[in-house]
Design a protein around this ligand. Structure first.
Ligand SMILES: [Zn+2]
Length: 331
């Protein structure tokens, strides 16, 4: 709270929409499963009640909403996770996306979206089940039959871009452009700015994507102010969405760039991080590091209060309201 009071409180708008949150009940875990590692902390569930509490703790005095989807791991029960998310999200504070697997039956997906009022899709590369996950392509994750539903109903597609070169990968870029153009009524959100967590991955790589009216960028887990500054300077502001990747966002740690790569540094050992086994540092949550970085980028570019309020709330709410009007989700 000291950090919040000293560095965040006078910057943070009154209304916050977190566009990138995973919620899942324990029932989706096989009994012998070791749990999901959120920044090195094994958890077997992250319920909507826990999310509600975390939002209140992270952002005291703010009005918070969130776009929620399940945790997309191949071995977990995505059907039960989707049902949980649809049931718990009220379309007032919490808004559901549906985990989709490429082999899902399109008619069943369409029925499910309309019946349970999902605002869109959350595909994931692990659902493609290639021997080498780095070989998965955007087209593998998003078959045409499913994209056609997103197009017809104007849905949101939350895309965690595959491949080693991430945002900078020419194949990724070409396939995202192709999907955005062929399915113009779908909105593709590039999660974590296409996973460009280090500067070299974004500089020079927004040229083909920025002009697309239906490609948006969420900034979840971006702790790097230079990357954010580059995004804010090169993309129309209404396509930028605040997000955190809770429950990972609340774990202590920071993502850092080293020699044109990135890693996380965390107090607890985590397969994605270098961990502080010497106990040298006192950490805060990834989300507070993200807020610091957003603030620094905003201030360096001299961006307005309106820009900040739009990124934290209005840009995402506009998308949600458009979809809800089409699928009757707000009723
Ligand atoms: Zn995520």
């Amino acid at each position: 709270m000291k950090i919040f009071r000293e560095e965040i409180d006078d910057f943070l708008p009154q209304k916050i929409l977190d566009f990138h949150v995973h919620v899942f009940p324990e029932e989706i875990m096989p009994p012998d499963h070791e749990g999901w590692s959120a920044g090195g902390h094994r958890i077997r569930s992250y319920t909507l009640d826990e999310l509600r509490q975390d939002l209140a703790d992270l952002y005291p005095g703010r009005e918070c909403r969130a776009v929620c989807f399940g945790t997309p791991h191949e071995e977990l029960d995505s059907i039960a996770n989707n049902e949980y998310v649809a049931e718990k999200c009220d379309h007032k504070r919490f808004f559901p996306l549906r985990l989709i697997r490429p082999e899902d039956d399109p008619d069943a997906v369409r029925k499910d979206v309309l019946g349970k009022k999902f605002l869109g899709f959350k595909p994931y590369r692990n659902y493609v089940r290639k021997a080498d996950p780095e070989e998965v392509e955007v087209f593998d994750m998003l078959p045409d039959e499913l994209m056609a539903i997103a197009d017809e109903l104007g849905l949101i597609v939350m895309l965690h871009i595959p491949r080693k070169q991430r945002l900078a990968d020419p194949k990724n870029q070409g396939q995202v452009v192709a999907l955005a153009e062929r399915f113009p009524h779908a909105t593709i959100v590039l999660a974590h700015i296409g996973r460009a967590y280090y500067l070299k991955n974004i500089v020079g790589h927004l040229g083909d994507l920025a002009p697309l009216p239906n490609v948006y960028f969420d900034i979840a887990m971006l702790n790097h102010w230079e990357v954010l500054e580059y995004l804010f300077a090169n993309v129309e502001s209404h396509k930028i969405l605040y997000g955190t990747d809770l429950p990972i966002g609340i774990a202590p740690g920071k993502s850092v760039e080293i020699n044109n790569q990135y890693t996380y540094v965390t107090p607890a050992p985590w397969e994605l991080s270098i961990s502080d086994d010497h106990d040298k540092l006192v950490f805060t949550a990834f989300t507070y590091e993200e807020l610091r970085a957003i603030r620094k980028a905003v201030e360096r570019l001299g961006l307005s209060k309106q820009f900040v309020e739009d990124v934290f709330f209005h840009n995402g709410m506009r998308l949600i309201e458009q979809v809800d009007a089409r699928i009757g989700g707000g009723d």
